[in-house]
Design a protein around this ligand. Structure first.
Ligand SMILES: *Cc1c(COP(=O)(O)O)cnc(C)c1O
Length: 402
């Protein structure tokens, strides 16, 4: 391929022209403007009624409306539209279907437990910043974060009666961006679309925590240096299902993704991962998660866990570290009785306790509290975050209430 480009001068000059015109024109393109939104309501008679809390299944039911915003490289962002939830219509040659020009986000809106009229979004600015980084990485257009947050709020307000109420219940919001250029050439998309859909969801674990078992996976790699594992690109997810099925055959629910010759722990399934140790000589405890070196998705929950633990834990008792941690260190310290907790973190479950890890044909067991499905810190972290999400505790700049 490179050879062809070098030989065919016309092609490479065409590519550079294209790049130049994009950069020059970008300043004249229309920005994303929430106040221009055009709203078309779904007729009352066709609207979905609220699903009973106990019948909710993650990502199965959707609200009555969706948000769509088109973009093209001549005009920039078009008029945002809120309209009845429904099919998209795209040409089969559209680039998203062939070359995976797709990225997404996942965040939630909660009914306040203090005032049931209030809807709370948790750190949406973090999701918007990450969405823009993902877009930039695959040459899709970036956008004004605040404007998309305003539009999502408009969308949610219309279907407010479908947001389930109660601790553990929320509205899962799925902003998505796709390249919509038609034709089979591989190049910067000249058209794109943002769309946002919303799904009422219940607690990840219906009856309190349920600790999961993991298989330490080194034969398949989720992300690598210089790759795109730190972006929420759809292309990162499909290849991870087969290793999960392999782990399931051996009785494990999720993959603990290892990387490189040192077998560093990176993430679990589609969550970030934390380990807690207690040094048997000094008695000092340490909470550890992998550093953001480009192979780790920058989880909003990860950041929230780190911040709250640094705020709330006594530094005389705890150290909170972002550092490399190998599976061999975990095994060694578990053998010494120094492993005290482990949990995954992500928007869907907030925290997900881990009970054992299959490694080299043996299980590393993670202690749980007597008669419970999690460690003490895992439980505390869950409550600290949930209290903010449901408006019980205020944390400056972490929530948008409307
Ligand atoms: C989305 C995601 C996470 C968690 O991110 P949050 O912002 O906390 O929801 C972690 N790892 C991967 C691979 C993810 O896709």
């Amino acid at each position: 391929m490179f050879k062809n480009i070098r030989k065919a001068g016309s092609i490479s000059s065409l590519i550079s022209k294209r790049l130049n015109s994009n950069t020059v024109m970008s300043s004249n393109l229309a920005p994303l403007a929430a106040n221009k939104v055009k709203i078309t309501l779904r007729p009352e008679a066709e609207r979905n009624q609220p699903i009973k809390n106990e019948d909710l299944v993650f990502g199965k039911y959707f609200t009555n409306h969706m948000l769509t915003i088109n973009w093209d490289d001549k005009q920039g962002w078009h008029t945002p539209e809120i309209k009845p939830y429904g099919n998209l219509s795209l040409d089969p040659s559209t680039c998203v279907f062939h070359y995976a020009f797709e990225l997404f986000e996942g965040l939630k809106a909660y009914k306040s437990l203090k005032n049931s009229e209030d809807v709370i979004m948790f750190r949406p600015d973090k999701n918007m910043a990450r969405m823009n980084k993902s877009a930039d990485r695959i040459c899709l257009p970036t956008f004004e974060s605040e404007e998309l947050i305003k539009l999502i709020q408009e969308l949610i307000k219309l279907d407010k009666d479908l947001i389930p109420q109660g601790k553990g219940y929320s509205l899962y919001i799925r902003p998505t961006m796709i390249g919509t250029s038609e034709g089979l050439g591989v190049h910067t998309p000249d058209k794109a679309m943002i769309y946002v859909i919303c799904s009422p969801v219940g607690p990840y674990y219906k009856t309190g925590f349920k600790a999961v078992s993991l298989e330490a996976t080194d034969y398949a790699t989720r992300a690598w240096p210089g790759g795109v594992g730190d972006k929420k690109l759809g292309a990162n997810y499909a290849p991870c299902i087969k290793p999960q099925l392999e782990a399931a055959k051996r009785g494990y629910q999720q993959n603990l993704w290892l990387f490189g010759p040192n077998k560093y722990i990176t993430e679990v399934g589609t969550m970030n991962v934390f380990f807690a140790f207690k040094n048997s000589e000094t008695g000092k405890k340490e909470l550890v998660t992998a550093p953001l070196d480009g192979t780790i998705l920058e989880g909003v929950t990860r950041d929230s866990v780190l911040t709250l633990c640094r705020d709330n834990l006594d530094p005389a008792e705890w150290e909170v570290n972002e550092r490399y941690l190998s599976i061999d260190e975990v095994k060694e310290r578990a053998d010494k009785g120094e492993l005290i907790e482990a949990f995954g973190s992500g928007t869907a479950a907030v925290v997900s306790p881990i009970k054992n890890i299959g490694y080299l044909g043996q299980d590393i067991n993670v202690p749980l509290q007597e008669g419970k499905q999690s460690g003490k810190l895992t439980e505390d972290v869950m409550n600290w975050i949930a209290d903010i999400q449901y408006g019980v505790v205020q944390k400056e700049n972490w929530t948008k209430i409307f």
